[in-house]
Write a protein that binds this ligand. Sequence first.
Ligand SMILES: [Zn+2]
Length: 243
Amino acid sequence: MLTEEDRAIYEWQLDVPGFGEEGQEKLRNTTALVSRIGGLGGPIAFALAAAGIGKLILAHAGNLRKDDLNRQILMQWEGLGKPRVESAAKTLANFNPKVEVEIHNENFSETNATALVSRADIVFASAPLFEERFLMNRECVRQNKPMVDCAMYSLEGHVMPIVPGETPCLACLFPETPPHWKRRFPVFGAVSALVANIGVMEGLKLIAGFGSISRGKMMLIDANQFNIRKIDMTRRIDCLVCS
Ligand SMILES: [Zn+2]
């Protein structure tokens, strides 16, 4: 049940049609894994905390650098040279202390994949490397956990909700790693936050069971012309991950 304090904090969203107290309770009982908390994952974690997610598990290796600061909104200047996850936990604790935050100063990998996904109800994939997102996709399909895949490049992004057994998975779309994919990519923080927040809304709808979810579709976001196109995706019968 929601407490009076819960109602006081979240009352502006309790009136969203189809969401209500039931949706808020579902959200409070949900653990979300956000893998990488940079330009995409940072705004994802922030918006989930604002909405009142019960627990966040954040995984991201390494120390904060100056060239992270144009987009990684959970970071703090004083955190330069220190683990990014520590800055993130501090920002989130100051913003909404009711959200439990668990941090891992490591990236999603073969070593921690099973354990990280097993403790989450939903996964937000926001890693810059395709290999890492493929691994998250594989593990989510294996453990039957929904995943929201978010990616961006320059003024474009994509968001795709993946529900194992229902929708195509990431490997259905990309049987192999796209050859042009690079670790370093052009990015404004505003574009990554835009893409991230579209991903969060799909996640909130999946968690709380309201609204219209773009199942089986990839949303392509163009921040130049400001169009969102939805592409129908189909499951590959020969997909090595989900078939
Ligand atoms: Zn598949």
